[in-house]
Design a protein around this ligand. Structure first.
Ligand code: NAD
Length: 483
């Protein structure tokens, strides 16, 4: 089977060379097609950081093994790493964090073992990067959480947990505050949990999760989170097992999958042949397992674990009183240990399975199918207006917009209600949210809300509007704090 390889920037080419040398020494039955991707490709004038040929090759082969890539500094330039994950809909980011004997951590020193998998949603959330300045001093970021997107990643997490025989799967979230977005993610989690009765499914609020992870990481097994929370929690977990040098990642999609280390291009040590290739090697091992190359994956992982157990290390970790090896020497040491078994947690040499990775073009958008077939109605409209007046005079003006269809409900500032009730201690900014809802018995149309918007525009500077949707009995909008 042929896979696409992008060596990346900075330390990328050095660690990729080291890993492929180990693969070749173990006769891994893969061919590599090197593609042009990264900062240097961006510098050649390709604005998404890859050549059209590279994109075509990756889409044909379906598997990309990549080194870290630099995000060019400057406004308007998107990270090629994020572009790749989003373009190819690799919706699940899977990161395994395990105790590695020879890599000292506070937990290894007291004998607390860690074997954690963090599954992070990889496409949605604030990573759409959809942001607007409502006023000169008020910025707004949109956070998309969708039922289909949540279901994709949560189902992947349950499947993976069931396959690896996990004892527990936990949803990390902040649904106590973000009731609609994180609330939907959590609701989807428990919906899908019903299909996996053999797994203990529970949830933890993300701040509590962080505290528990740094005190008793051994209590967790598989944790699934939304994108931003997953990003932060997975780096926290990298710290638990010895740092970014030991953090692999797999970006899983239905068609294309990307395997890469969590760390970046390490510009401070690039070109010196001293980088630690372990994270990329662990990512490569996850790729071999994904492709069914179980025996090769286990043999290489055992050689790595054996090497670490021997106290062999690069400069970024290990016993400082023993000399560190450079990247080439470290990978050569692993090659020399192929076939040896570590004392702790040797990986079972399961037989290889037939290599199978189908790349089928996406012809439908299944996530557009909704399970809701009840009545959807417009319950009102929110106007985000710019003003430096106090709430009472703003309310006086807004009342002029009341009609036989609309009533003024409340005014809030940064999500806190300031009218009809509020506190003089609420510190105001120059962006208010004025909420109108339909009067009793009125069915609103979109045209009604547009007509109200036109009238409101004669009184206020409207920076943004948001429809208040209702799905059956369920309100599709949050209440202001204090409402
Ligand atoms: P970084 O991960 O490159 O480096 C952070 C620190 O960790 C540095 O001191 C570095 O020397 C060290 N380090 C990282 N990997 C190492 C390794 N394998 N062996 C030994 N030491 C290692 O983070 P950064 O400096 O914030 O980012 C540098 C560049 O990488 C930026 O352009 C960033 O956008 C990019 N980046 C890319 C990816 C990716 O390709 N997926 C991920 C993160 C950052």
């Amino acid at each position: 089977m042929k896979i696409a390889v992008a060596k990346g920037d900075g330390i990328g080419p050095e660690i990729m060379e080291a890993v492929l040398k180990i693969f070749n020494a173990n006769n891994v039955p893969l061919e590599y097609e090197v593609v042009e991707m990264g900062k240097w490709v961006f510098d050649k004038g390709f604005s998404n950081g890859m050549t059209p040929e590279a994109q075509q090759t990756i889409e044909n082969l379906g598997i990309l093994f990549k080194g870290p890539m630099e995000t060019p500094k400057g406004k308007g330039v998107k990270s090629v790493n994020v572009t790749a994950r989003k373009t190819w809909n690799t919706y699940a980011n899977n990161r395994v964090f395990q105790t590695l004997h020879g890599v000292d951590t506070v937990f290894s020193k007291v004998g607390i073992p860690i074997d954690l998998t963090i599954v992070r949603e990889n496409i949605e959330d604030t990573y759409g990067g959809i942001e607007h300045m409502l006023t000169n001093d008020v910025a707004l970021s949109r956070r998309f959480i969708t039922r289909g997107g949540s279901a994709q990643v949560i189902r992947y997490a349950f499947d993976m947990a069931a396959k690896k025989g996990a004892r527990r799967i936990t949803c990390g979230h902040k649904a106590n505050i973000m009731k609609l977005t994180d609330g939907m993610f959590l609701e989807t989690f428990y919906e899908i949990a019903k299909e996996y009765p053999q797994l203990k499914a529970d949830d933890v609020i993300v701040d509590d999760l962080c505290m528990k992870l740094v005190t008793r990481p051994d209590l967790f097994d598989v944790v699934v989170l939304t994108n931003l929370q997953g990003d932060i929690v997975s780096d926290l977990c990298a710290g638990l097992v010895g740092g970014l040098g030991f953090a692999p990642s797999a970006n899983i999609g239905d068609h294309i999958c990307i395997f890469e280390a969590v760390h970046g291009t390490a510009p401070d040590i690039a070109g010196k042949n001293i980088a630690n290739p372990t994270a990329l090697l662990l990512s490569g091992i996850a790729m071999l397992r994904h492709l069914g190359l179980m025996e090769h994956a286990a043999t290489i992982e055992n050689a790595l674990l054996y090497t670490l157990e021997q106290g062999i290390h690069t400069g970024d970790f290990g016993d400082k009183s023993t000399p560190s090896l450079n990247t080439t020497q470290f990978s050569d040491a692993i090659i020399g240990n192929l076939g040896k078994l570590p004392k702790a947690n040797p990986k079972a040499l399961l037989p290889n399975q037939p290599i199978e990775h189908k790349v089928e073009k996406l012809t439908q958008n299944p996530m557009m199918d909704t399970t809701f077939h009840g009545e959807t109605k417009i319950a009102g409209i929110d106007f985000f207006v710019e003003s430096i007046e106090q709430p009472a005079p703003i309310a006086e003006k807004a009342k002029q917009l009341e009609s036989d269809k609309f009533k003024l409900i409340n005014i809030s500032n940064r999500g806190t209600q300031v009218w009809p009730t509020g506190s003089v201690y609420t510190n105001l900014v120059d962006s208010f949210n004025i909420r109108f809802e339909a009067k009793e018995g009125i069915t609103l149309t979109q045209k009604d809300t547009i007509e109200l918007t036109l009238k409101a525009s004669e009184i206020f500077k409207i920076c943004s509007t948001e429809l208040l949707n209702q799905f059956g009995e369920k309100k599709g909008y949050s209440l202001a704090q204090g409402q």
